[in-house]
Write a new protein. Structure first.
Length: 218
């Protein structure tokens, strides 16, 4: 979740709030065991956070809500409030040109034995390059420039990239959603990522074949 507002009146999936960097979530009767607390704070809900009808009819119920607040998002809001009136926080320009890279640009895209818990935060994305289009039009081979013999470096790259999958409670990469996301072929992408991460390539292929006859489309 990167923005918006969600109110959850029922139970959540496992690892709720994994990778949450923006927006707010209000949970009723929160189950802390299902939360990923890596990047969020939990706060009680004030009357001003709820509409008038809710407060007047649910005086006791309101205390059962918990606000899930991304840490970095809260810091950004607080810095905006503390900035001088009429001045935008982003208006400050360095006197000397800053050629340093953003922190996210410094993340590695391939490491030995990567960890999945904070993979999305720790490792940068690196896609596989395409073969030259002139070569691709001459055959029916793969469109990606892959190695015939896979080296240890190649396996580390694949393992690191699949470590970026955050085990979301409701994975929008595979579950249909209002934003138009979700795999149209029904591939179980998080499970496939986990199997590739573990080096279980045969089982990963079998998992794709369970849901469609074109495993190369995923």
């Amino acid at each position: 979740m990167t923005r918006g507002l969600v109110v959850v009146l029922g139970s959540t999936g496992a690892n709720f709030a994994a990778g949450m960097s923006g927006g707010l979530a209000y949970l009723l009767d929160i189950d802390r065991t299902s939360l990923n607390m890596e990047s969020v704070l939990l706060e009680s809900v004030d009357a001003e956070d709820c509409n008038e009808e809710l407060v007047s009819s649910w005086d006791n119920t309101v205390t059962r809500f918990t606000k899930v607040f991304p840490k970095e998002y809260k810091k950004a809001l607080e810095s905006m409030k503390s900035a001088p009136a009429g001045k935008n926080v982003s208006d400050d320009k360095p006197a000397i040109e800053n050629n340093t890279k953003d922190l996210e640009d410094l993340r590695p895209n391939s490491v030995h034995e990567p960890h999945k818990k904070r993979g999305f935060h720790e490792y940068a994305r690196k896609s596989m390059s395409y073969r030259p289009d002139k070569d691709r039009t001459m055959d029916w081979e793969e469109i990606y420039a892959s190695q015939t013999k896979k080296s240890q470096q190649w396996h580390s790259w694949m393992q690191t990239q699949t470590a970026r999958c955050m085990d979301c409670g409701t994975p929008t990469c595979h579950s249909p959603n209002q934003g138009g996301g979700g795999c149209p072929l029904g591939n179980r992408i998080p499970t496939w990522n986990q199997l590739v991460h573990e080096g279980e390539w045969k089982r990963a292929l079998e998992r794709l074949l369970d849901t469609n006859n074109f495993p190369e489309f995923t």
